[in-house]
Design a protein. Sequence first.
Length: 407
Amino acid sequence: MLGFQEDMILKKVLEYIPTLSKERKPILNCMNRTLAEDIVASEALPPFDYSTCDGYALNSHMTIGATQNNPKYFFVLGEVCAGAIFDGGVKWNGAVTIMTGAPIPEGTDCVIPLELGEIQDNLLIIIDEVQSGMNVRKAGSDLAKGSIVIKSGTIISPLEIGVLASLGRSSVEIIRRPIVSVAATGDEVIPLGGRKDRGKVFNSNALCIASLVSSYGGTPQLLDVIPDDKNKLRDSIIRSFGSDLLITIGGTSSGLKDIVSEHGFETMLYGDSFYDNKFPLKFLKDTNNRILPHLALPGKPVGSIVVFEFYGRSVLERMSGRGSSAFKVCSAIMQNEIVNEGRANVYARVKLQKNHEIYKAWSTGKPDHDLICPNVEANGFVFLPKNMEKVCIGTQVSVLVPGWSDI
């Protein structure tokens, strides 16, 4: 987890991340998007009184005093189905066969279920008193005209889409998706399908981070790999100023070719000296005073994922109008051993499962951040500080559960 200082810096920096502009989309394209307008009911729901069962619509007042020995008789005048309207009113001694969802005919105020009615020679026989409103859904009982149905800022789910459709809304305003430029750096990184000479690695980190961007509602734009060249780094950043966020991967250490910090752009500072140079999220400004948030991720696979989870996720949620959601942390019992051979601060990957209200965790491999295969099946991370040599079987641990986890 973030330390207190990093958490405070992040909260301060996020204040300068704007919510993005609105766009109008068909409701079926709005799943998991942030609503950018209040949805107001243009009519009551339901817009008319309707029957909640198949039966007979009649006037309840005319059933007063009905008993087995004193039955009441009603002439069946016709029928009405859902989507139709009964033509004409119903007199005091009349009844109408009605289907579920059909509007209640004028002059009636209740519905007798089919199975409780007896028909003889087109006469409905009633032997019990019936209460007014029985089996009738009143107009406006679900929603009053002019009321706010869904508030702006709501994350749209299938349930909201159903409500929008019931109101006749075919499209709504939502916050547009953040456009995120993603670029790996390093002479050793080659694109998929490229010639893999000795010492070269495929551009796996960028694909992984781009997928995370998509999972948190962003639209990733995968850039060409940036070689260890300051001028080419600067050129790539210039092309990224049309994006909402730039993410670079690698080149963040202090080696001879770790040149990401040497981009040559003015770095915006907010507040006092709290903005430490090692903080991975910065704001770049070009000669036209355009501002570009820049998240510099480490080159090791696990490091890039974890840092993105802390910082990239928060930025995307802020841009999407969601605010920053709290990270889920589960307490679990380790089912196998984790050994910190490198004696460094590491996030060990684990498979987390729930069994009878108890979480259990299995290490998926060595905790080294440059190993990729332990990512398979992992759905959580356990932090081991550099002074912790190992975590033993049966140890209770805190597991950081990322937003894309199945837990």
